[in-house]
Design a protein around this ligand. Structure first.
Ligand code: MN
Length: 349
């Protein structure tokens, strides 16, 4: 049986469902968590009594911007000892479910809906898409079944896509992604408000944290690698949250000539949470994987136990090796004005 059809049957027949997203959730994780519940509610035509859907996310705190997504929604209320079905969303591995991995493991049936290339296919049914976001994957599933998508679900889908692609500038962006965005824009949803909410809404704390990170900026490999660091102490001194560190690593790839940007955040146990970003075909997912992490071609992360000097000693050569596969080329002209130039030379001639 087609695995999507099998998943839909599993959802249909399950009385108790747990939906779980990854720990330290980003907007796509939270939006897909909420959207999936709404999609099931709206399209499986079931009353509250016949189906119980509980949402879980292992997070001590969710930043102000992302918490708007789950505003008023009950999270982490375990109403069943064992769930008939557990569905993970936006999660590449079982361990990334954090403390709620246990619920997943104990469920009778499991589904994994994701878009990470490093997804470990840890469920009985794995729906891993090559999409910009898990929200886009949910949209594709819903459309393939001719399900109804409410404006509320569309808002969530839109939010997941624009945040996971950094406003359509990175990640797996296809013609289909743009088509979905077009559909969302033509709906009666306030995309301007969503754009402002996600991209022009940083706290002062985050700005101070960015200042700290930029203070530490150093370059390697002929300025093709940008390296920044932060500590948990920096975060608390700036009165910032862990989520406020998101996006800081992107400032490295915004620099001309930089192909890989690295942000290492020292944790309380002296280990490092390392984020990697890259441009174009430069692939950082394999580098992260070699260090026990994972992610996407242009966006990956891993944890490192050890000293910062040792981390750099191993990580910078690994990045250099990847860069060797992509020698710096002269950028060709983005705009072709040769016709104008020819015309000018003819006039002069
Ligand atoms: Mn995602």
């Amino acid at each position: 049986m087609n695995s999507l059809i099998k998943c839909i049957r599993d959802i249909e027949k399950s009385k108790t469902i747990a939906i779980i997203c990854h720990t330290i959730p980003d907007a796509d994780a939270l939006a897909s968590l909420v959207a999936l519940k709404k999609i099931i509610r709206q399209n499986f035509n079931l009353s509250d009594e016949s189906k119980q859907i509980d949402l879980f996310v292992d997070a001590d705190e969710i930043n102000e911007i992302n918490s708007a997504i789950v505003n008023g929604i009950e999270l982490n209320n375990r109403r069943s000892e064992h769930y008939d079905l557990a569905i993970s969303v936006d999660c590449a591995s079982l361990s990334r479910l954090g403390k709620y991995a246990e619920i997943f493991e104990e469920a009778n049936n499991t589904i994994n809906i994701d878009h990470h290339v490093t997804n470990e296919r840890f469920a009985k049914n794995n729906l891993v898409f090559k999409t910009s976001s898990t929200c886009e994957a949910l949209y594709i599933i819903a459309k393939s079944q001719d399900w109804e998508l409410s404006d509320e679900v569309c808002k969530l889908v839109y939010s997941g896509i624009i945040t996971d692609t950094n406003n359509l500038t990175q990640g797996t962006i296809t013609v289909n992604t743009h088509k979905i965005i077009t559909e969302m824009v033509s709906r009666k949803i306030n995309v301007d408000a969503l754009n402002q909410h996600f991209f022009q809404n940083n706290t002062k704390s985050k700005a101070y944290l960015l200042k700290q990170a930029l203070d530490s900026l150093t370059f390697f490999a002929g300025d093709r690698i940008a390296f920044m660091k932060l500590t948990k102490q920096d975060i608390s001194e700036c009165e910032a949250t862990v989520e406020d560190t998101y996006g800081i690593v992107n400032h490295g790839t915004e620099i001309k000539g930089v192909d890989i940007s690295i942000l290492a955040i020292k944790q309380e146990d002296n280990s490092y949470q390392v984020s990697l970003r890259s441009k174009g075909n430069v692939d950082v997912s394999n580098i992260a994987k070699a260090f026990g992490g994972g992610g996407h071609e242009n966006m990956a992360a891993f944890n490192y136990s050890g000293l910062l000097a040792d981390l750099k000693e191993q990580l910078i050569p690994a990045c250099r090796e990847e860069l060797l596969k992509h020698p710096k080329e002269e950028k060709e002209n983005l705009f072709d004005n040769s016709d104008e130039i020819e015309e000018q030379s003819q006039t002069k001639g």
